[in-house]
Write a new protein. Structure first.
Ligand SMILES: Cc1ncc(C[n+]2csc(CCOP(=O)(O)OP(=O)(O)O)c2C)c(N)n1
Ligand SMILES: Cc1ncc(C[n+]2csc(CCOP(=O)(O)OP(=O)(O)O)c2C)c(N)n1
Ligand SMILES: [Mg+2]
Ligand SMILES: [Mg+2]
Lengths: 323, 325, 323, 325
């Protein structure tokens, strides 16, 4: 099958949906003339005049305007260059977009996607490297997506654009230029459905974003020793595909959750609590977390590398859980 | 005030009636709040009615408004369902928000009321979004954004007005300068005298007007709306006014200098129009009394409706979190 | 002992510290002339001229200025009337205050406290009722405190003011005017130390904020039936007193975490994951969560009441865990 | 330019030298970046040196600055340790931030450099805080805040300038208008021509100057600093300039109209001062060459120092998260 990058996949998703629906527009810093800091919106301004807006450096107006447009029936996709900048827009995303359907007693639908690049790995230091999925996923009214492959990115973004709820779409920055298989034919991926990236029998590893490929590499390696690791990518952080995860843990009896965000109050806690509630008696070992350290992301590349889980960290915990 | 001549008697009496509706609605609320039938955060706009009514008289049904925490008047002037509003304030199931939103989140999408806002300043961005919607869809409509003097000090105001001007969006920003943000007087929140000068920071026209003179409001907003509708971009209008009842229901208003309220009461916007109608023999006293009575009746009916409406059921807690196909 | 309200306790904490240290100032909306929306700063402007600043409605400048002052050695206490408004200041709190000691390689100390009222219960609807502790507690570099009594509020606020790290101080709004014992003599409470609000043998209930008194009421009731419930208030959400919690669970074999914030990705997940990691073999029953429902807070008072855990909800789960 | 007469030869040659230090430092960085010895987000200010040097020449050691992502020049001009800066950019343990901060977080508290900022606009609030600190402690010091034209469209700019004016704080806001925010030209980010008009929104003086004329910068900032020091409040200064090397290291600059860079290179601020020094016989060519060489040598030494500095150790990942007594 054809191989394209995640940035290209995102570009295709936007292009295809904008072609179908003149009622979709996108806005953000550097997305038009320049085609996006990470090329995700390349060529769209030319193809869709008037529907691709380069904005001033005004994150709160970007989010407010995207929400206001969505509220009035125009589907909006807002881009934040780095998810770290979305703090400036959090009032609009959380106080306005997430809550208004409820506050308005169902009078509103809010078809808005807040796209943002996420995570560390480019030596940009603490203000350009955060993984903020939990801050959004904790909020009722939001959906939160984090794809790990070009295929998932494309299918999920198309679903997000056509969802009538506000969606926070976190794109792992270091994956933008990695290639993966993406069919030419159109497809979407339902929001809220996880994916078994590799099936296995001995232990369930739930991983997101960059941690998916690392977990797969570990699974591959351990397979050679006869250890069978199931790797699940929930893809959607909220709503979470609890069913898929619980079924897997019931099968393997072991759970390890891997994420890049700092450990404390990270998403692993939720997944472990859910599994405890629904599959306590199936567990043969304590559930484990492999997560980012509780530190801001440092500039130095060696330190930065150590700040988030490495394959060897994942491997060690998998081995430990099997003891 | 040559604008007056362009307004028909029908229009003028409707304005007069609408202002009474707002005042009755809100004065009833004060009472309902005392009785603990309405509750939560509630801010009334008594004394400021000319801005809501004068501004919205320029709007079509498909035009939109975004308002603030002090939004009852704007919603009513734009045509929001009175019964649904009253039921909402009483937290009833038949309320516009099914009892889930309350005063600070009143909405009526069917008439372009895009919602009150609990977050000061947030409305400016939303108005930009509504105007963007019009522009992208090629609709010749306008969004009017009402907010206070306090809101003009928020970052959202700045970013939104700059963006609106940059894209020449059809939006009219109306800053109701009532002299206070809660207990903080205007002079204690900024060093400038007039908020309208801030328009210059965005390259849009800005003007300060007497917000208690409904003719001035009607005319100034009318011109701004027309400009916006023609694609010539946004305007910032500062309408100077005063809120009679303090910031929130129950505010002791100790921060007001003595005599201030009394002076402003002399500038009652409703009385202003009433005097005009009588002096120009557009209405006789009987008609005036009839309009007042009709407004009182409409509010009484809304209240009856609201009181008859059931409370939401426990299961309603869980609906409307997400849209589901 | 003397009984005062939490608002009074907070007022005393501020007053006492400001008297001792001329290098402390406070800023926020309505805190001066009016003495605070909830009276916490009453009388301080008169007593400390020039050190109590009424601000414009400018949450991001409030937080930026508080951080900048702290960075330059002046201890700052910023008040946000409702924690919901702190979204507007999150960039300053998280991107600046939380990270700068690290980004600056230890060159900076940041003695700033971000006080904010928290939670539901006053029919203020969805934009004035959130419990956002996890959003802050997930961030390395921040400390997060949520007191449940006037005594704890005073002692912890005094500690927070004198801590050279940024502290988010969440004050449960509905507790402001409840009285509790507070000694006349000076005291502080160390940040990071939880408190056993009631000791028991059969089950450990970890609760925060408003949920502490509800849990205590349940414990009281069940005691009459011979069920012995230990109620722990961590008081500090970050750093968490893991030791205290784990020791309790090792004793009781049962864990229930109760919080007002919505369940999904709430703080219970973290506590359960920690206990799984450190006391898996001691558990006699699956750990349970009693948390706010995953909905925005509604206006209607009956619905609002149902949105967060009631005593009966806590009681039911305690009973269930003992089965 | 009567200011020139008030500057001693020593001051002038120091300014000249400092500008060369900045340029050398940054041109070296471009090279180090190519070699992958420096990395991450890195923004150089070549072409804008007169603003940093002209402004900071008015400051005392105890005065402070807050800068942006394009902050190397400001840090150097305020006296930040060159070796520590270079080591930081090379992510070394002896760097000012121990290798944890990098270009966007350079700091040197010992000389009042309160930090570069990775978040556009964030610096304005921090500067207000530093100025508040001075005021509360009764120190007669001033904070200077450097930021770009793009930053002036952020909410933080608006809220901070309003607050600074309201409290009459000792802060000088210097907006370096280099015509672009990344690839977005000034005209595509706002409808106004001059950012300095925004000062009127806060009741503070505002002025636009030629940022490549170090005398004009020195004089204008000097007056603003003096006013601030006397307790007369903040000023907004817009210094028009240009960045030669694009937004980030590696920027292809396709957004620039042809000839634009060349025209600006003719306005090289260093050459401007050099010509002045020569024309007025304050320096001979030999002295000029000597100053240039000395600057080159200082940078080479800083680089040697940085290259000799070790990388941080893995354990350093965990330090400095919290202050511990
Ligand atoms: C972002 C934010 N900060 C603070 C508040 C609390 N608050 C509610 S209304 C208000 C004053 C608003 O003043 P103004 O904008 O002048 O409107 P007015 O009440 O005078 O109509 C404040 C501070 C809020 N709701 N939102
Ligand atoms: C809040 C925020 N939004 C976006 C960015 C990405 N970004 C970094 S620098 C920059 C442009 C800044 O332009 P300007 O303020 O004019 O400064 P200049 O780079 O021209 O010196 C942008 C958009 C950021 N760092 N922070
Ligand atoms: Mg006001
Ligand atoms: Mg610029």
């Amino acid at each position: 099958m054809r191989q394209i990058t995640m940035a290209e996949a995102i570009n295709e998703a936007l292009r295809e949906e904008m072609r179908k629906d003149p009622n979709i527009f996108i806005l953000g810093e550097e997305i038009g003339l320049r085609g996006g800091a990470f090329t995700c919106t390349k060529g769209l301004m030319e193809e869709f005049p008037g529907r691709v807006l380069d904005t001033p450096i005004s994150e709160s107006a970007i989010a407010g305007a995207a929400y206001g447009a969505a509220l009035t029936g125009t589907k909006a996709v807002a881009e934040f260059m780095f998810s770290d900048f979305s703090f400036i827009a959090m009032d609009q995303i959380i106080n306005s977009a997430a809550k208004s359907r409820y506050m308005f007693g169902g009078q509103a639908t809010i078809p808005v996607v807040f796209r943002m690049s996420s995570g560390s790995g480019r030596q940009q230091a603490a203000q350009h490297s955060q993984s903020l999925e939990v801050l959004y996923a904790h909020i009722p009214g939001l959906k939160v997506i984090m794809p790990s492959t070009p295929y998932d990115a494309k299918g999920l973004l198309k679903a997000a654009i056509n969802d009538y709820n506000p969606v926070v779409f976190l794109e792992p920055r270091v994956l933008y230029f990695k290639k993966g298989e993406v069919p030419e034919q159109e497809y979407t991926i339902p929001i809220g459905k996880g994916d078994i990236k590799r099936s296995g029998e001995d232990v369930t590893v739930v991983a997101t974003g960059v941690m998916v490929e690392r977990s797969l590499a570990v699974a591959e390696k351990l397979a050679r020793e006869g250890i069978s690791v199931e790797v699940i990518d929930p893809r959607t952080i909220r709503p979470l595909d609890t069913e898929l995860i619980v079924a897997s843990v019931k099968k393997t009896g072991r759970l390890i959750v891997v994420h890049e965000a700092p450990r404390t109050y990270g998403m692993a806690g939720e997944i472990i609590a859910l599994v405890m509630e629904q599959a306590f008696d199936y567990l043969n070992a304590p559930p484990q977390r492999v997560a980012g350290h509780d530190v801001p992301i440092p500039y130095n590349r060696n330190l930065e590398r150590l700040a988030i889980p490495l394959e060897e960290d994942i491997e060690a915990v998998v081995r430990k859980s099997l003891k | 005030m040559d604008v007056t001549t362009s307004l028909s008697k029908e229009q003028l009496t409707k304005m007069y009636y609408d202002m009474w509706i707002i005042r009755n609605f809100e004065e009833n609320l004060l009472d309902l709040y005392q009785k603990n039938l309405a509750y939560g955060g509630m801010h009334v706009s008594v004394g400021e009615e000319a801005i809501a009514v004068g501004a919205c008289a320029n709007l079509k049904r498909e035009d939109t408004i975004v308002t603030s925490h002090r939004g009852h008047g704007h919603c009513i002037a734009k045509g929001a369902d009175l019964k649904g509003m009253m039921a909402e304030l009483l937290a009833r199931k038949n309320g516009l928000c099914k009892g889930k939103g309350g005063s600070q989140h009143i909405v009526d999408m069917s008439v372009g009321v895009l919602g009150a806002q609990g977050i000061v300043g947030a409305g400016c961005g939303i108005a930009v979004g509504s105007a963007l919607s019009f522009k992208i869809r090629g609709q010749k409509n306008v969004c009017v954004n009402f907010f206070g003097d306090g809101a003009a000090n928020t970052g959202s105001f700045h970013e939104s007005l700059n963006m609106a001007a940059l894209y020449s969006l059809p939006v009219v920003f109306i800053c109701e300068n009532n002299g206070y943000a809660v207990s903080t007087s205007f002079a204690r929140s900024t060093k400038i005298d007039k908020i309208s000068v801030r328009a210059g920071s965005y390259g849009m026209p800005g003007v300060t007007i007497d917000g208690n003179n409904i003719f001035e409001v009607y005319k100034t907003v009318g011109e701004a709306v027309e400009r916006a509708r023609q694609g010539d971009g946004p305007t910032l209008i500062e309408a100077v006014t005063y809120r009679w009842y303090g910031h929130y229901v129950g505010d002791p208003c100790t921060y007001r200098p003595p005599g201030e309220l009394e002076r402003w009461k002399e500038k009652d916007p409703i009385l202003f129009l009433e005097k005009y109608l009588l002096a120009n023999k557009l209405c006789c006293q009987e008609e005036i009394d009839g309009l007042k009575a009709a407004a009182g009746k409409a509010i009484a009916e809304a209240l009856d409706y609201a009181l008859a409406s059931p409370e939401p059921e426990p299961a309603d807690l869980f609906t409307d979190v997400y849209f589901e196909k």
